[in-house]
Design a protein around this ligand. Sequence first.
Ligand SMILES: N[C@@H](CCC(=O)N[C@@H](CS)C(=O)NCC(=O)O)C(=O)O
Length: 206
Amino acid sequence: MYRLYDYPPSGNGYKVRLLLSQLAIPFDYIELDILKGETRTPEFLAKNPNGRIPLLELEPGNYLAESNAILFYLAQGTPLWPENTLARTQVLQWMFFEQYSHEPNIATPRFWLCHLPELNTYQEAALPYKQEQGYQALTVMDQHLANRDFFVQGQYTIADIALYAYTHVAHEGGFDLEQFSQVRRWLHRVASQPNYVPISQTEFAG
Ligand SMILES: N[C@@H](CCC(=O)N[C@@H](CS)C(=O)NCC(=O)O)C(=O)O
């Protein structure tokens, strides 16, 4: 059985939890506390030298890191990974967008504001810029969704899961989604998918 190493508030970890649940794939859930450095121990670094969750253990000693790579692996052969090459490439396009333009600007303010006792001088100075960049990413998403139900060819895919994870908790990073009506409608569509689980759920049938 798969074993997922994760930190419960993590949106990157949630992407994997959500997909495993939607595909009804059982898994063992191992909680680590990143605030206590539990991903930086020699034992964990032997599993993932990059010292980060999520980490999926496929079988004993065989690990996959990087949330979107894990989504790609798990979605093969399912409707969440489309059949045609252009659609597949568009899914990857949005997943790369998520990692470069979205997650660093929306997840990071959330982490700073919700999980750190106080901001250091670098974080205080960088926060407004990150939030401005985050709003730009949300604007791109809102425009794209103006005439679409989901990000790629009208079909629910792992691109939606990748982008949903931190968008639906963006308010925790100081973002107001009021002006992004298309994004808000899409959030409801994702949350209505079969076998949806909320980010707060960390109990899973193994
Ligand atoms: N690009 C990676 C980012 C992973 C990441 O930043 N994980 C954070 C939690 S969301 C982490 O493990 N931080 C612990 C640390 O850096 O020590 C992914 O998508 O999986």
